[in-house]
Ligand binder design. Structure first.
Ligand code: ZN
Ligand code: ZN
Length: 412
């Protein structure tokens, strides 16, 4: 990984302990891309870059655990015939935007691949560190099958960036999961219910048999990875949790049994409300068809209520935006939505410590402590007092620091 070799010291800042939820004034010292110490009166290495943090607030770099960095259009279907060269030029811009909004790590839920993650890690591409799944696994006619009803060609056409691959039956699901793992996937994504951006399925359908889901979970677990499942309805959520899925993406229509299963299985919920908010605002201009737009409304209203119930029940909630096309700029708006149903510190945990746990990297990211990656935001206002500080990030972000390097152009 490309890292700044120059040490960095942030002097006399209010540094957030995310676990406890309080700030303490301290100096943060980084070297070789890691945090070395968080203490008062630290000695600065001679060649260190110094940032005066007096009156400023330092929080960990944020983690968005549901993004699609290749989604330059809200019409995923179009990605299967767009040239890769063009898609990746758009992706570079999207990833840069995410980093400059304070997201130093993202988890991609289909589209991104090994090449993008490698380019970011080598410093060829400015953007968040990338956890990716490659292509999502979908049944025929499922949320990852982009064929229109009139199309009879085989489903897995070789466009670079379609979000899904179709695999039916236990053996085919195993082979597809193994293939994504072979290509470096950090997690496996399965489509366990219908969705908004797919042409032939219904939101309330369940997708994949229990045996197929179980096969994906077994393959992921064999590689010490895990499965994330797209699911809206309680029926789909509960089947996926019973099959051993680790994170439920969206989860808008969960029920009491879902809440019980989340706790029993120690699973995570990644609600993505901001995408519905943004789809309603701008979806049609961004390429969403009329029928897809109509689906949005049916999943929007229940979302906030679901988050409130999950928070109340003690389910692990993780920050996810799931934005497409020109809507990526609303990425931070999810903080304002979360702030309606949970305390600000819990919304911050969703994008730091709890997200890091989901990604299998607790103590390494999402925390400002010795040994962690030196990913930090320097803010001019206190987001624990008012979560809108993170929603209106451009007004409050002074520096984005990733692997100990100050990101040029991200400061005010
Ligand atoms: Zn989804
Ligand atoms: Zn998604």
């Amino acid at each position: 990984m490309t890292q700044s070799t120059q040490p960095l010291v942030i002097r006399n800042a209010s540094v957030l302990d995310v676990h406890v939820g309080t700030f303490s004034v301290a100096d943060v010292v980084t070297a070789d891309g890691k945090i070395r110490s968080v203490e008062k009166g630290a000695d600065a290495p001679e060649e260190a870059q110094i940032i005066d943090g007096t009156g400023k607030y330092v929080i960990p770099g944020l983690i968005d655990a549901h993004v699609h960095v290749v989604a330059s259009s809200a019409d995923f279907r179009s990605l299967t015939w767009t040239p890769p060269s063009y898609v990746y030029a758009q992706t570079a811009r999207i990833m840069q935007g995410m980093l400059r909004r304070g997201f130093t790590t993202v988890r991609d839920l289909s589209g991104a691949d090994f090449g993008l993650a490698k380019a970011q890690a080598e410093g060829l591409l400015e953007g968040p560190k990338l956890h990716f799944c490659g292509r999502a696994l979908s049944q025929t006619g499922g949320h990852g099958d982009m064929r229109l009803p009139g199309e009879d060609h085989e489903p897995n056409r070789k466009g670079c960036c379609g979000i899904g691959r179709v695999a039916d039956g236990v053996d085919a699901v195993r082979a597809a999961a193994r293939d994504e793992l072979r290509k470096g996937a950090h997690h496996i994504k399965i489509m366990a219910s219908g969705g908004v951006s797919s042409p032939t399925d219904r939101i309330d359908s369940t997708q994949y048999s229990r045996d197929e889901m179980r096969a994906a979970v077994e393959e992921a677990e064999a590689a010490n990875r895990y499965v994330a499942a797209h699911a809206y309805t309680a029926r789909a959520i509960n089947r996926a949790l019973e099959a051993g899925v680790r994170s439920i993406e969206h989860g808008n229509l969960l029920d009491d049994e879902s809440l019980r299963l989340f706790l029993e299985k120690d699973a995570f919920l990644v609600p993505t409300l901001v995408t519905y908010w943004a789809l309603k605002e701008e979806g049609r201009e961004s390429g969403l068809t009329e029928e897809m737009w109509a689906k949005v409304d049916s999943v929007l209203n229940s979302g906030l209520e679901a988050i409130a119930q999950a928070h109340e029940a003690g389910v692990k909630l993780v920050y996810g935006s799931d934005l497409l096309g020109g809507m990526h700029r609303h990425q931070n708006e999810q903080f304002r939505l979360l702030g309606k149903v949970q305390p600000a510190i819990d919304a911050i945990r969703a994008a730091t410590t709890t997200a890091a746990e989901l990604l299998g990297r607790p103590g390494e990211i999402g925390i400002t402590a010795p040994g962690a990656d030196a990913d930090m935001l320097v803010l001019t206002a206190d987001p624990v007092q008012d979560i809108a500080v993170l929603a209106d990030m451009a007004d409050h972000l002074e520096f984005v620091i990733q692997d100990g390097a100050v990101i040029p152009g991200a400061a005010n």
